[in-house]
Design a protein around this ligand. Sequence first.
Ligand code: UD1
Length: 313
Amino acid sequence: MALYLITGIGGFIGSSLARELLRRGEQVRGIDNFSTGRRENLAQILGQIDCREIDILDLEAVKSACAGVDFVLHQAAIPSVPKSVLDPIASNRANVDGTVNVLVAARDAKVKRVVYAASSSAYGDTPTLPKHEGMTPDPISPYAVAKLASERYMISFYRCYGLETVALRYFNIFGPRQDPSSPYSGVLAKFITLMLKGKQPTMFGDGEQSRDFTYIDNAVEANLLACKAPAVQVAGKVFNVATGRRVTLNETFKLLQELTSYSGTATYGEERGGDIKHSMADISLAEKHLGYKPKVNFEDGLRRTVEWYRSET
Ligand code: UD1
């Protein structure tokens, strides 16, 4: 049994990691400042985890949370492109300074490995598809810059201090418990909850933008594989975590009409600043070195997600 520290444990990805680790009989400690993370996400497992209200900007507190830890899964962030455009200082503080604190604490506590929630936004709007890890990054939003900077810090801590780190570039992770309530929420959580209530969703732009929407179970699996893969294959490296397919928002809307029984239309508004048009991953590196294979495809993931939100309302 190993001890895992999840930063951002109250978030949708952090809490999903916690549930799967517990299912596998591992020990879980988690930290969150509960700014965007939610205690309800942890309601069923609170008795089984060591959950601490800690901000990753508080280095001393993060150091104490790292004591005795084997693996750190660093998910804590302000995870929004538009929010970072409005407030780049806050984005940088949480997404870069916070990461450096986690790395310093992990290094000093002699943690075995740190796995980081990096972002496909690092690729920017380059026309090449699929995106592969060998491409030169070209981040657009402050959020994307911060996520890329943190990714480089991961690599730096491996090179300078020998701390094993793995960066996973998430491609639009979605699934149960993703918060739909903020204007910055992920598009699928927003669309599903609106459409289940018979309300009209808004596409920013013409709806022809596409994403490699990745169901949460795939991201969880990738994190756990990244902890266990041989260091020579993964330490100091970056991997796409995605499905290798893309769908447009318009196509997704049609699927959701069936799944939610929403008979209305979508409305179309202004394109969102800092957005990228198309995103799709080449996942061959993760397949080769992590042994990663997407377990749940987009349609099944969407179905499960709609069912979950339906059961919650
Ligand atoms: C998402 C993640 C980000 C992650 C990145 C890459 C969220 C909130 N953001 O960014 O953390 O790093 O993927 O994995 O999950 N849209 C609409 N209507 C809406 C909301 C959004 O049309 O009501 C559009 C957006 O303009 C965008 C697309 O849907 O074109 C996806 O937006 P969003 O879900 O916010 O994700 P990303 O910006 O791709």
